[in-house]
Structures are given as structure tokens and as C-alpha cells.
Design a protein. Sequence first.
Length: 338
Amino acid sequence: MGSSRRAIVAALALVLSLSTAAAVQAQPHQPTPQELESAANLYKQGKELRAQGDILGALEKLRAAHALGNTPVTGIELARTYVVVSKLVEAHQVCLGVVHLPVAPDETEKSATARRDAQQLADELKPRIPTLVVRVSGASPGEAVHVIIDGAAVPDAALAEPQKVDPGRHEVVVHAGTGPTAREAKASAQIDESQTGDVAVVLPPAPEVPPDQQPPEEHKSRWSTLAIVGFSVTGAGVVVGTIAGLFALAKANDLPRLCNGDYCDNSNGGVDELHAAQTAAHVSEVGFEVAAVGVAFGIAGLIIGPSKPSPSPAPPSSGGVIVKPWVSFGAAGVHGSF
């Protein structure tokens, strides 16, 4: 009973520790006092530059302030500055980020007001953001097509979907094909707030591949594989049979000197020489038999003719005939698998 209770307590402790770790991991980065001080200084500089008409300078300062402080106050001012330069998509995203910031226990009224202003601005911006539809023609079936809008690549899975963009002029580049068939087409469009604009991009025809760049044709042999293997076996059998026959003949010429008629003893190595001569003769005989089998295979291959090339080689288990000659001391033959 005690051990079961300890196991339950240990399991609960483990679950609690994991939950605590996950909660800590889910917490957003809390700015340090140094970061907040730097953000406040940059925020002040940004507002001053915006009041002086230096919008781009103000945007740079406020972007840095929000990156450091990440507060509703820095966020709403950054979003408002984005609107001034017609960056509606960026402004909308910053507003949504401000709305979803966790509320601090000591949040000031200024931050609460900035949060409400961010929600209101996000609602106002949503219908003002233009939509761009890219329509590509001229691509071959199954050909890879890639679209780039204002220097940013559109994910391939979203090529046919409308894209949210800022008001203004937009440059579209389409790439298609690879290697020698690669080509590019460009188009542009001016889209105002709240509008949906279509951009038609026509790809040029795919160029014909020059003959010197086409893959070389496979050399077609007039000999079938069976014929090549058969006559290779014949050659191997003749070589083995000839060498073994010459060796047996040499040993046989030594036997009269070592043996007395038909009797041989091992006092002077006669028995060993006799066995060596008999073995070599046997190997020679087998070698010529293998050569005869090879001739049969070769002739059959010539009659059948070369096989038509298949698009992909079949694995050994899918069928076919594999023939391999083998030769060892005292024996030779052909291995085959079907």
C-alpha cells in the first residue's frame, strides 16, 4: 500500500513539473529594465521624427522600440507609422500582435488605451488591404512554377490563392522549368486600397533542347545478353580446359620416370604425381564440357536476338535469367537463377 502511494505521489509530481515547465516555456519574453529604458528612449525619438516629417527615420526608431519593449504603447505607434507609409499589411499584423499581448498586472491606463486603439485600427485596416491574384499561363503540364511578388517567394502550395498586399505598384516574377527549358516572365500591377487586382503572366514557349545537350542514346548491341554470357563461358571453359590439359600432359610425361610400369609408389613422389595428373585431366575435361555448354547458350542467344531495353531494370526477384560461369580446382560449371 505504501509503495503504491509513493508511486502516485511521484507521478503527480512529474505531471506538475512538466506542466510548470510548459507554462514557463509558453510565457513571452519579458523585457529587462535595460530593454524597457532603451525602448522608451527610441519611442520618444521616433515620435519626434514623425512630427518633423521624417517618416522613414521614425519608422526605424519605432520598429526598434517595439522589438525591445514589445508593449501596447510602442506597438500602436509603430502601426500608425506603417499606415502613414501605406504599409497596411504590416500595420494590421502589428495591431493583432498588440491585441494578443498578455495583460500585465500593473498595466497602465495608457497601455489599456493603446490596446483598444490597436483593436480598432486592426478592424479598420482589414477591409482596406488590397488583394493580388496572379494568373500564370504557358506552363507545360506538370512543370514546376515559382512565383515571386516584390522579391518575396510565394509558397508553391499557395500559388493559386489570392495574396494580401500593400497598396501601390507590385512586381511579379514567374519562373518555370529547369535546366535548358528554364524561362522567366515578369508583370506588374498598380492596386489601390480595398481593390482586387489580377496580374496575367504569360510564360514564353519552352525552348527546344539543342541536339548537343540531349542525353546520348544508349548503345544498342546486336548481341543479346544470353549470347554474350554463353560465349564468355565458352572462352573461360576453353582457357581452363587447355591449361589443365597441358598441366596433365606434363605430369603424364613424368610418370614413366617415377613409376615402374603400371605400379607407382610414393617413395619418390610417384603417387602424388599420378594424382595430380588425374585431377588436372579431370579439370580439363570439365572445362571443355563447360565450353560446350557455353557454345549452346551463345548460339541460342544469337537465334533469340537482343532483348528490347526496358525503362527500368527489374529486380532479381521479378524474373529473368541470370547465368554466371564458375570454375574451381577440380570442377567448373554454370550458375543460373530464374
